[in-house]
Design a protein around this ligand. Structure first.
Ligand SMILES: Cc1cc2nc3c(=O)[nH]c(=O)nc-3n(C[C@H](O)[C@H](O)[C@H](O)COP(=O)(O)O)c2cc1C
Length: 197
């Protein structure tokens, strides 16, 4: 199963457009998870206690862990998220909290170091930004660190288009160029430390 995690909300989303271009190029059958359609539980103390108890008992089949099971089983992942306030939409953080489940997406070694349990070798992060500069550290960089440190997904690739809301921007040209760069991105061999096209 290939998984498309969609954190876009606008009907005319440029990020979603690029993600669908990428999915078409990657081919195969995809499950789509539209994050705006999920009801995330309130992460209060009662929730944490319940969740920890379920995980401690190994009750991974509980519906609470359906997103984590789906993420862990995916063979390739495309994650589309617009650039919001130096990062990504809050619902993506809520989703990531849901899928960080010990025993499903990662486990701890006896030394306390996280070890990935996810099947995917590659996660593609698709992002568009309105301004000309969109630093990576709090959006893509965070997801990349999580994938590598917790999920065991080392190959995290970035599709990025910026400057879309700048006055006079050639929006179609910017998107077209980003789409064209995908062919190289998809076919290049993964190298440690390489992040973007
Ligand atoms: C809530 C919100 C916050 C945003 N914050 C930023 C930002 O910090 N930097 C930036 O360059 N663009 C920002 N933008 C502009 C979006 O990144 C830009 O319009 C993007 O292409 C939207 O993606 P979409 O077309 O997929 O919805 C923001 C847009 C919204 C709605």
């Amino acid at each position: 199963m290939r998984l498309f995690i969609n954190a876009c909300v606008r009907r005319a989303s440029r990020t979603e457009y690029l993600a669908r271009e990428l999915i078409q190029r990657l081919g195969g059958a995809w499950d789509e998870l539209r994050l705006e359609e999920l009801d995330f539980p309130k992460a209060d103390e009662a929730f944490l206690l319940r969740r920890d108890a379920l995980l401690a008992r190994g009750e991974y089949a509980d519906p609470l862990f359906a997103p984590a099971r789906q993420f862990a089983a995916a063979e390739t992942i495309v994650l589309a998220a617009p650039y919001w306030d130096l990062s990504f939409p809050a619902m993506l953080k809520q989703y990531l909290e849901q899928i960080c489940a010990v025993g499903i997406t990662f486990r701890y070694t006896p030394e306390g170091i996280p070890e990935g349990l996810c099947r995917a070798k590659t996660l593609y992060y698709v992002e568009t930004a309105g301004g000309p500069f969109a630093p990576d550290e709090f959006g893509f960089g965070y997801v990349q660190a999580l994938c590598r440190s917790y999920f065991g997904i080392n190959d995290v690739r970035l599709v990025k288009a910026v400057g879309l809301d700048v006055d006079g921007a050639d929006v179609n040209g910017i998107l077209l160029e980003a789409a064209e760069n995908m062919d190289t991105l998809i076919h290049e061999d993964y190298k440690e430390g390489k992040t973007s096209c």
